[in-house]
Design a binder for this molecule. Structure first.
Ligand code: ACO
Length: 416
C-alpha cells in the first residue's frame, strides 16, 4: 500500500524513451538541424556558406563563442590554438607504452591520450581546485576555460599525429609554426624533415573543409557523452576522452572506417545486388546509410562529394568509387530503404573515407580524422552547459524497473 507504480513519480508520469528518440535534455544556441529538409546551420550560418567561405578554425570560433570573429579575435584564437599544439616531452613515453603493433588501433591511443592530458592541467580539475571553476561573467574563470579549449583543440592534432607515427616506429614531430591548422596536422603526420615543407594546398584545403563540416552536429552520441560526463563537473579532458570513446563505435564515428571495409568486402559493382539482398535479410549492415535525424540526404554529403572531386584530381580516383556509386544507386531505388527513409549520411556519399584513403591515411585512422574536428563541437556544447543560467544540472536519467519484486536471500547450500 502507498507504493506508486514504477512509472509514476511525484513529478508526474515517467516516460520511457529508448535511445532518446524524442527527448530534449537542454536548450542550445549552437547548431540547427532540420532532418526532413536536410538543413544544417552553425549559429545560424548555413553549412554550405561556411564550407565555401570560412575555415575550420574560424567556424570553430563561431561555434564556441557564437559570432564570427573580427580579424584581431581570429588572429588571437588561431595563434593560441596553434601555440598550444606543443606537447610535453613526457607524452612521448606515454605513447611508446602502447602495444607497438600495426593493428594497435589509434582510437584506443587517442581516447587514452585525452584522459592523460587531464593529469597535466590541474587548474582544470574542479575537485583539485575545491570549487566550481566556471562562473558566468567572471573574467578569470572564463580565461581558465578558454585555455582548456585552446589546449584541447591545439593538442588534438598533435596527439592524433603521435598515435599515427608511434605505430610506424617513427619519431614524433614538433608542431611547426606558420602553417594553418590543417597544414600543421599534415606536416606532423608525414613530415620527412625537408626544409620549407609545404603540404599540397588542394589537400590542405580539402582537409580543412572536411574538418569544418565535421566540427559539430548537436547532440549526437559523442557530444551527449561529453555533456553527460561533464555534467558531473569533471575536467574537460576526461569529458572529451569519454566523447572520443563514444565516437569510436561503428554506429557513429567508426562508420567512415566501416564504409570502406564494407566496400572492400563487396569488391566489384556486380556484387552489389547480392549485398543489398543480404542487408534486407538483416545479415549485413549498409554502413553509411540511415541517420537518427536526417530523413533525406545529409547536406554535408554534397560538400564531401565536391571536395572528393577536387582531391581525386590530385590523387587519382579510388578504385572503390564505382562500387560506392553502384551501392548508392541500388539502395536509393530499393523499396526497403525508401520505406524506412534511409539516405546516405556524411560517411557514405563519395564516402569521406574514400577521400582519406586517396590522401594516404590508413583505414583505422578515419575515426581519428573525425575526432580531431569534433573536439570543437564538444567544447562548444561543454562551454555552453558550464555557463548556462542556473548552473549545471547533473545528467541523471531514470529507468523503468521491470525486474523482480522483493525476494528473501537463500543461503548457497539451500539453492537448487
Ligand atoms: N542498413 C539497413 N537497415 C537500416 C540501416 C542501415 N544502414 N539503418 C537503419 N536501418 C533500418 C533498421 O533496421 C530499422 O528497420 P526496422 O524498422 O524494420 O527494424 C529502420 O531502418 C530504422 O532504423 P533504426 O536503427 O531504428 O534508426 P536509428 O535512428 O535508431 O539509428 C543509425 C540510426 C544508428 C545511424 C542507423 O541508421 C545505422 O545503424 N546506420 C549505419 C551506421 C552508420 O552509417 N552510422 C553513421 C551515422 S552518421 C555519423 O555518426 C557521422
Amino acid at each position: 500500500a502507498g507504493e506508486r507504480p514504477e512509472n509514476e513519480t511525484e513529478k508526474g508520469l515517467r516516460v520511457q524513451d529508448k535511445g532518446f528518440l524524442n527527448t530534449a535534455v537542454m536548450q542550445s544556441r549552437i547548431t540547427y538541424i532540420d532532418g526532413d529538409a536536410g538543413i544544417l546551420r552553425y549559429r545560424g550560418y548555413p553549412i554550405e556558406q561556411l564550407a565555401e567561405q570560412s575555415s575550420h578554425l574560424e567556424s570553430a570560433y563561431l561555434l564556441i563563442y557564437g559570432a564570427l570573429p573580427t580579424r584581431d579575435q581570429f588572429k588571437h584564437f588561431e595563434s593560441e590554438v596553434l601555440r598550444h599544439g606543443v606537447m610535453h616531452a613526457d607524452a612521448q613515453e606515454f605513447f611508446r607504452s602502447f602495444r607497438q603493433a600495426y593493428d594497435a588501433h589509434p582510437m584506443s591511443m587517442l581516447t587514452s591520450a585525452f584522459a592523460m592530458l587531464g593529469s597535466y592541467y590541474s587548474e582544470a580539475n574542479p575537485s583539485l581546485q575545491g570549487q566550481r571553476l566556471y562562473t558566468r561573467g567572471d573574467k578569470t574563470s572564463l580565461e581558465t576555460m578558454d585555455r582548456q579549449i585552446y589546449r584541447l583543440i591545439g593538442k588534438a592534432t598533435t596527439l592524433a599525429a603521435m598515435a599515427y607515427r608511434v605505430r610506424q616506429g617513427r619519431e614524433f614531430v614538433t608542431p611547426p609554426t606558420g602553417l594553418s591548422y590543417a597544414a600543421s596536422f599534415l606536416y606532423q603526420m608525414d613530415h620527412l624533415s625537408e626544409e620549407n615543407y609545404v603540404p599540397n594546398p588542394v589537400l590542405e584545403k580539402a582537409l580543412d573543409v572536411l574538418f569544418l563540416i565535421h566540427a559539430d552536429h548537436e547532440l549526437n552520441a559523442s557530444c551527449t557523452t561529453v555533456l553527460q560526463t561533464g555534467s558531473s563537473l569533471v575536467d574537460p579532458y576526461s569529458a572529451v576522452a569519454a566523447g572520443c570513446a563514444s565516437l569510436y563505435g561503428p554506429l557513429h564515428g567508426g562508420a567512415n572506417e566501416a564504409v570502406i571495409r564494407m566496400l572492400i568486402s563487396i569488391g566489384k559493382p556486380e556484387n552489389v545486388p547480392a549485398f543489398i539482398e543480404a542487408v534486407k535479410r538483416r545479415e549485413k549492415t549498409l554502413s553509411g546509410f540511415g541517420h537518427r535525424v536526417y530523413k533525406t540526404s545529409d547536406p554535408r554529403s554534397f560538400i564531401v562529394r565536391k571536395t572528393a572531386a577536387e582531391v581525386f584530381r590530385v590523387t587519382g580516383k579510388d578504385e572503390l568509387l564505382e562500387t560506392a556509386m553502384a551501392l548508392h544507386d541500388a539502395a536509393m531505388k530499393d523499396e526497403y530503404f525508401i520505406k524506412r527513409r534511409l539516405a546516405p549520411n556524411v560517411d557514405f556519399w563519395y564516402a569521406d573515407g574514400l577521400i582519406y584513403r586517396a590522401m594516404g591515411f590508413p583505414l583505422d585512422f578515419f575515426p581519428v580524422l573525425f575526432v580531431v574536428p569534433r573536439v570543437v563541437g564538444w567544447l562548444a556544447h561543454w562551454r555552453q552547459m558550464m555557463l548556462q543560467e542556473g548552473g549545471v544540472k547533473i545528467w541523471r536519467p531514470r529507468q523503468i524497473y521491470i525486474g523482480e519484486g522483493v525476494r528473501g536471500y537463500i543461503p548457497i547450500d539451500e539453492r537448487n
